[in-house]
Design a protein around this ligand. Structure first.
Ligand SMILES: Cc1cc2nc3c(=O)[nH]c(=O)nc-3n(C[C@H](O)[C@H](O)[C@H](O)COP(=O)(O)O)c2cc1C
Length: 168
């Protein structure tokens, strides 16, 4: 059985880091892939989120309020994977709704899920507990890994990620 890194990450204008070409969570995801040899699935919303930070915040607010699950492009069959690293930024104290689109579309029964996230102050914001509750047939391994987005862009941040990876 194989390992997969599934993540959503948004480039463009973001909080505290300005205009970026590669999202903060994606930097962590790529390092996990490099270290573990895992396969990759990046959740790409069919309709990309706005490039301007405030426009994105407004859209995310609406989606969360309406519990609207936006579509994403492509997909991956999870049957060959037993371990899934799940990466996301914190949006309004939660996962971006597009991540729920992915999670609810797939059967996570028996999968080992290892969550990681970036944020700018909220930590994991209770999302690890929420995921455990929402997907009780999956097995959650470890305590997860939460890092500020700006730190994820530094060598020190990547070193901390690697220290965590070794604990798993
Ligand atoms: C729509 C939106 C909502 C956000 N809400 C929060 C939040 O509630 N708490 C927090 O700590 N950071 C919040 N942030 C900051 C992001 O979690 C942080 O910048 C993250 O590193 C972005 O990762 P990414 O580049 O992989 O998308 C928010 C950012 C956006 C765009």
């Amino acid at each position: 059985m194989k390992t997969l890194v599934v993540y959503y990450s948004r480039p463009d204008e973001n909080y505290g880091v300005g205009e970026i070409e590669i999202g903060n969570t994606e930097l962590l995801a790529k390092e996990i892939i490099k270290q573990t040899g895992a396969d990759e699935f990046k959740i790409e919303p069919t309709q990309p989120y706005p490039k301007e930070y405030m426009d994105c915040v407004n859209q995310a607010t609406e989606e969360l309020k309406n519990q609207a699950c936006p579509a994403y492009s492509g997909d991956i069959d999870l049957k060959d994977y037993d371990t899934i690293y799940l990466g996301y930024p914190i949006w309004w104290g939660d996962l971006p709704m597009v991540c729920y689109t992915f999670l609810e579309k797939h059967d996570l029964t028996g999968k080992i899920i290892i969550p990681f996230n970036t944020h700018e102050g909220s930590g994991n914001s209770g999302t690890y507990a929420k995921l455990r509750e929402k997907f009780p047939t999956a097995t959650f391994k470890g305590d997860g890994f939460a890092m500020t987005g700006h730190e994820a862009r530094t060598p020190d941040g990547i070193a901390k990620l690697n220290t965590w990876l070794k604990t798993l």
